[in-house]
Ligand binder design. Sequence first.
Ligand code: ADE
Length: 228
Amino acid sequence: MKIAIMGAMPEEVAPILERLDDVEEVNYAKNRYYKAKYKDIDVVVAYSKIGKVFSTLTAATMLQMFACDVLLFTGVAGAVNPELKIGDLVVANKLAQHDLDITIFGHPHGYVPEGSVYIEADKDLIALSKIVASEMGVNVKEGIIATGDQFIASEERKNFIAETFKADALEMEGASVAVVCDALGVPFFILRSISDSADMDAGFNFEEFVESSAKVSAEFLMKMVDRL
Ligand code: ADE
């Protein structure tokens, strides 16, 4: 088995790169991929750069060019559900693109013909995350993640995303990665730790907490890899 582990930003994969052995750096499609061993497991690690397009490219590359059998994503998110605080973990059970809009033609937000509003993540990986969480004595919130090519820092847009998609958290890559994995029939798991609340203070909070929250997410993810 070969595991793809990706984030969007350097901060999101740095705690993982530290743990790898026999690292071989491969340059492909203007990005760096790290083929390596984690304990006895073959992994490919990369950060995609921010947003749906770059994350689509990286996910597709990891599955098709590097032939990974499963994809795990780690990173940070803005909280939509008011129960979620900075540093809390969110596991996506389904994901949607909040900025995909052809509603003028009578379609729901997030939908295009022959697609679907939501893509569901792998149930076995979600179940494993619950086991790891209870062993570690930490809470993980299972919920809906909404993705778009926008950093959200307004109550108005956040409320739209909350109401339209029933989202618990939002970010900029999960749903695009989900589309790739779903299309190629590869199980995937999207984990996020909260860095901000997508409100007026989001820019400031993100800068302050991106590194610490990214670490929370990456460390949890590697505990899951230990159990795969
Ligand atoms: N990732 C972390 N916080 C975010 C926000 N407020 N908007 C979009 N993506 C994010």
